[in-house]
Design a protein. Structure first.
Length: 202
């Protein structure tokens, strides 16, 4: 696109103004080339989140620079109208220049709005995925707590009785061995006294 500095009107400070306009237009051209580089770099992924984010950054810069251009041109339009009148051709030419710049500003704002809308879709999808992940994590946590409770119940309901039964069996076995030892002792003594005339142990 062409960058119009505007018609010469022969007023004080016009040279400084025109230099300012040239600098702004140079900045706009640079930003336009940056946008082209972003679009070509992402290629088919131009609608990806990263691409949209980069485009938003450049669009914001373009909008701010375009606002500066509109302000400078509007100031010159006002000065031209004060000197020559609103009906003068030089004034109307400046009005056309301002209108073109404002139209471009509106276009940039529309592009930024569309770009931000696409980005919000990504953010919305990400938030939905995050909510689902959080919900799944909560369910897993609850399932873990439930399994832990089952384990505790198994310990109290099964393991503890088994241990108690084992203790009882061990105690009974020890008592049985003691009893058998006593029986063997009595039998051995009785055998030793047999035939000696000493009374047998009953």
């Amino acid at each position: 696109m062409a960058y119009d500095i505007g018609p010469r009107i022969g007023i004080t400070g016009e040279q400084t103004f025109r230099k300012s306009i040239r600098d702004i237009n140079s900045e706009l051209r640079e930003l336009k080339s940056e946008m082209g580089l972003v679009e070509s770099s992402f290629g088919k992924s131009a609608k990806s989140e990263d691409a949209l984010t980069e485009k938003s950054k450049i669009l914001n810069k373009q909008i701010e620079t375009q606002k500066k251009l509109v302000k400078e041109q509007s100031d010159m339009l006002e000065k031209c109208a004060d000197k020559y009148g609103e009906a003068d051709s030089r004034t109307t030419n400046w009005q056309n220049t301002v209108n073109i710049s404002k139209t471009r500003l509106n276009e940039l704002n529309k592009q930024l709005q569309e770009n931000e809308t696409e980005l919000k879709k990504y953010n919305s999808a990400w938030n939905t995925a995050q909510e689902k992940l959080d919900a799944a994590s909560d369910k897993i946590s609850k399932a873990g707590d439930a399994l832990s409770g089952v384990g505790q119940k198994l310990t109290l309901g099964v393991t503890t009785p088994i241990l108690a039964l084992g203790t009882a069996v061990t105690t009974a076995f020890i008592g049985f061995e003691d009893g058998m030892a006593k029986v063997n002792t009595i039998a051995n003594v009785s055998a030793a006294l047999k035939g000696t005339g000493v009374p047998m142990i009953a």
